[in-house]
Design a binder for this molecule. Structure first.
Ligand code: AMP
Ligand code: MG
Length: 418
């Protein structure tokens, strides 16, 4: 039997087999969380026209020179400019136009005087407008204006290829009037679990059986990390049943086949055998804990990752090996998740394999502290549910004392677990 591969070597071998998916278009309301497949340049100026930053009066700044409370500048009001209108007049010296926030500045004007700096500060009614306005302070050119192109100029780089689209990015695309957004296609992942003991949670449990949690953990993870799931359900521990589901996976033309369980050395672990009938296993053991029985190869030329059956091992295997592959396929520039560092609140031990331990990261003052959650048995999902991170003990390290720095993979977007 060959020696288990190191985590790093296994990650490298897996990543080599994947490339970014092709490009497609998403309509704007559906583009959240997708990855841009092209650079986006501003097609218009933002703002598209010079507009008022305040409710007030559009003026010519030079008309307010020397104005004071005792000796105000007095200007003639020649019109109103509500937001959304296109003023059809030119402002001349001695004139002002009442203007709303966001409304277009009239030609000739180069400053806005806020209402509160005039004698009309309490008037909010367009119809009862006075003929004249007194201005109590001088205003320089550009005061309270939002010049055309201040935020972004036409043809300027707006968003880069490979950008994960957040709500604010969606907002910018909307401001630019971009409705069809170029994004990478979602990688399609065919998912099958194996095991005679598995019952779907929609059915009734019987003695000796357990509910299939991996189908649901893994399909949720696939969606969370930007993939599309082809859910094939559970195969029995027999070659015919496994072959049937692998065949469906192959004919779905998935980008990746993901299996759970049956890749170890048990008497009924047929998955590797069946894969080899129409594919190849490149490795099937990794020097890590949990998750040592982890297979990688291909079936009918589709890359295949065989995750271990224990739910926590399957989760860890997904985070360590499938997430980088998914990130690469979805077009993110960095395939690996960013690791962070925390300080141990108590000693931790391992058997010297690279270990991924369930932990709570909490912030005390400016320091992140790491505390293990519950029993670390690889079947125990509850201690994973209580965790917000996987601590990484490097290969060869059997114990670390309180206060030691340790790297971790955040598994919640928000580290404030309860
Ligand atoms: P195996 O890899 O088949 O030896 O399975 C290892 C352990 O994981 C066994 O205790 C299985 O019952 C459990 N297991 C396998 N598949 C699943 C699944 N889909 N959901 C929950 N537990 C599972
Ligand atoms: Mg089994």
């Amino acid at each position: 039997m060959t020696d288990p591969l190191s985590v790093l070597k296994a990650q490298e071998q897996i990543l080599e087999e994947f490339k970014p998916s092709g490009s497609t278009f998403s309509v704007l309301p559906k583009a959240l969380g997708r990855i841009l497949s092209s650079d986006i340049q501003a097609s218009i100026d933002l703002p598209p026209f010079t507009n008022s930053g305040m409710d007030g009066f559009a003026v010519i700044a030079a008309d307010t020179t020397g104005a004071s409370v005792e000796n105000p500048a007095i200007l003639k009001i020649i019109g109103d400019i509500p937001a959304g209108t296109n003023p059809q007049f030119i402002l001349h010296s001695g004139e002002a136009a009442r203007i709303m926030t966001g409304a277009m500045l009239p030609e000739g004007s180069d400053a806005v005087v806020p209402l509160e700096d005039t004698d009309l500060s309490s008037i909010n009614d367009f119809s009862s407008i006075s003929e004249l306005v007194k201005i109590y302070h001088p205003f320089g050119p550009g005061s309270y204006l939002r010049p055309k192109g201040q935020d972004l100029q036409k043809d300027q780089a707006a968003l880069k290829k490979g950008k994960f689209l957040r709500p604010q990015d969606i907002g910018l695309l909307a401001s630019l009037g971009m409705y069809q957004v170029p994004v990478y296609q979602k990688p399609r992942i065919a998912l099958l679990t194996t095991g005679n003991e598995l019952i779907d949670p929609s059915a009734k449990l019987s003695p000796g059986k357990i509910f299939d949690s991996n189908s649901y953990i893994l399909s949720s993870l696939i969606e969370k990390y930007g993939g599309e799931v082809i859910l094939l359900g559970a195969a029995d521990d027999d070659p015919v049943s496994i072959r049937t589901l692998l065949q469906s996976a192959a004919s779905s033309h998935a980008d990746l086949i993901l299996t759970s369980a049956g890749v170890s050395v048990g008497a009924l672990d047929y998955v590797r055998l069946v894969i080899q009938e129409h594919g190849e296993i490149k490795f099937w053991r990794v020097n890590m804990r949990p998750g040592k029985p982890l297979a990688f190869g291909n079936y009918q030329n589709i890359p295949l990752i065989g995750l271990p059956g224990n739910p926590v091992s399957a989760f860890v295997g997904f985070m360590v090996f499938v997430v980088p592959a998914l990130r690469k396929m979805t077009g993110l520039p960095q395939s690996h998740l960013q690791l962070r560092t925390a300080i141990l609140t108590h000693p931790v031990e391992s058997d010297g394999r690279e270990s991924y331990l369930r932990a709570i990261i909490s912030r005390r003052d400016d320091v992140l502290e790491a505390t293990l959650t519950g029993h670390q048995g690889s079947g125990n999902l509850f201690s994973l549910v209580q965790a917000n991170a996987l601590l990484i003990l490097p290969s060869g390290v059997k114990s670390l004392p309180t206060g030691n720095e340790v790297k971790f993979i955040p598994i919640d977007d928000d580290l404030g677990a309860d």
